[in-house]
Design a protein around this ligand. Structure first.
Ligand code: MG
Length: 399
């Protein structure tokens, strides 16, 4: 059997215009929600969260019921913010202790937590923090990037890494509370923990003059210290307490559980698959562009023919006389016409290259040049050979 007594108070503080905190406490459940969001949206998120968790947990008072209640509240806040533009960006923290029943029907206290509202355990005047803040600065402390002292004044100490109503999935810290009769549990929003140090919290929350007095003292002290934010406090004191037979301390996520590798890839697997697909697509595109550019260069490099001097005879070259990149001109036809037999002006023209659109026209032009040279020399005979030989693999430089 687990029984607790409880007292609770919430206060707007001295600076805020409205109180966006909400709380609830009875014999089996204690919740604080610190709403965030413009206008009245934070109040809406906090109230929705508390209302849903209360109702769901009443129907299913076990660890799974408590976790599912928060997951449902999360989805409800997310969808409300999507449907109502004035609620865009709203969310809330939650810190709650529920008496959860195990399979044997024994109830023990379980802490659930998202955000930077806090839970402390008090025993014999000593204070121990049960929750870890889900804020950027506190995450950095856990990673060793900041000291607790640096985190306490860090500009990102109020920036949350988790919240109810922020994303479709939510990770919830779930912890079994190990307590003995007489222990107290302090739940509070950051409006209390930011104003009072641990010594003040321990001293005021342990006050022997009843729970209500202790709660009022804590709220008053936070206001004296500045009251910069809404202040919410719940104090529980165990009269009797069971410790869970199967204690829990873990983070439970509402993200879909990974299926077996043979049926469905995990989130990481899917991500890798998407990356691989994109890499292949980008590689293919890149190669296609490179191949296209190479084809255009090749076409340009070999799109023309010209007459040149090949070891003293006219030859037909294919390509650009000075080459294009690595594409050098190549001999496609040799002729029996000695360059020396051409008219002097034609010899100079050959050395400066004479372009023709096709191989056949280039050969015909070579023959005409030779005939013109013969006429000039007064020799009407024909060359010893008129056959042209085609070679397509010889690469040389133009003569
Ligand atoms: Mg707050």
């Amino acid at each position: 059997m687990t029984r607790w007594r409880h007292a609770a108070a919430t206060d707007t503080g001295l600076v805020r215009q409205t109180n966006q905190d909400a709380l609830f406490a009875d014999d089996s459940l204690a919740i604080i929600a610190d709403g965030m969001g413009g206008h009245a949206a934070g109040e809406v998120a906090a109230a929705m969260c508390i209302d849903l968790v209360r109702r769901q947990f009443r129907e299913n008072p076990n660890v799974e019921g408590l976790v599912e209640a928060i997951q449902e509240a999360n989805l409800a806040v997310v969808s409300d913010a999507r449907e109502n533009p004035e609620h865009f960006g709203m969310g809330t923290t939650i810190i709650a202790v529920g008496l959860t029943y195990d399979l044997a029907g024994i109830a023990s206290p379980t802490l659930v937590h998202v955000g930077d509202s806090r839970a402390y355990q008090l025993r014999d005047g000593a204070l121990r923090q049960l929750s870890e803040d889900h804020s950027v600065a506190e995450e950095w402390v856990r990673m060793g990037r900041l000291t607790p002292e640096e985190a306490a004044v860090h500009p990102r100490r109020h920036q949350l890494t988790r919240g109810v109503g922020v994303e479709d999935t939510i990770a919830i810290d779930v912890t079994s509370i190990h307590a003995v009769a007489g222990d107290r549990i302090l739940l509070c929003s950051d409006g209390l923990s930011n104003e009072l140090d641990n010594d003040a919290l321990a001293h005021l929350a342990s006050a022997p003059n009843g729970l209500e007095f202790a709660v009022e003292s804590l709220v008053s002290a936070a206001k004296v210290a500045g009251g910069h934010d809404n202040i919410s406090v719940i104090l529980l004191e165990f009269d009797e307490v069971n410790v869970s037979a199967s204690p829990i301390r873990r983070t439970m996520s509402s993200a879909p559980p990974p299926a077996s590798a043979t049926t469905r890839p995990t989130g990481a697997g899917r991500r890798r698959r998407i990356v691989t697909w994109r890499v292949w697509a980008a590689t293919f595109l890149f190669l296609a562009v490179v191949a296209g550019v190479a084809a255009v260069i090749h076409w340009y490099a070999y799109s023309t023919y010209y007459l040149g001097n090949n070891n003293g005879a006219l030859a037909v070259f294919r390509g650009q006389p000075s080459g294009v990149l690595w594409y050098k001109p190549e001999i496609v036809a040799e002729t029996p016409y000695p360059v020396a037999d051409l008219r002097p002006s034609d010899r100079r023209a050959v050395n400066a290259t004479i372009s023709e659109p096709t191989e056949e026209e280039a050969i015909t032009y070579a023959k005409n040049l030779y005939k013109a040279g013969e006429l000039t020399r007064g020799n009407l005979g024909t060359p010893t050979t008129t056959t042209t030989t085609t070679t397509t693999t010889t690469t040389t430089t133009p003569g």
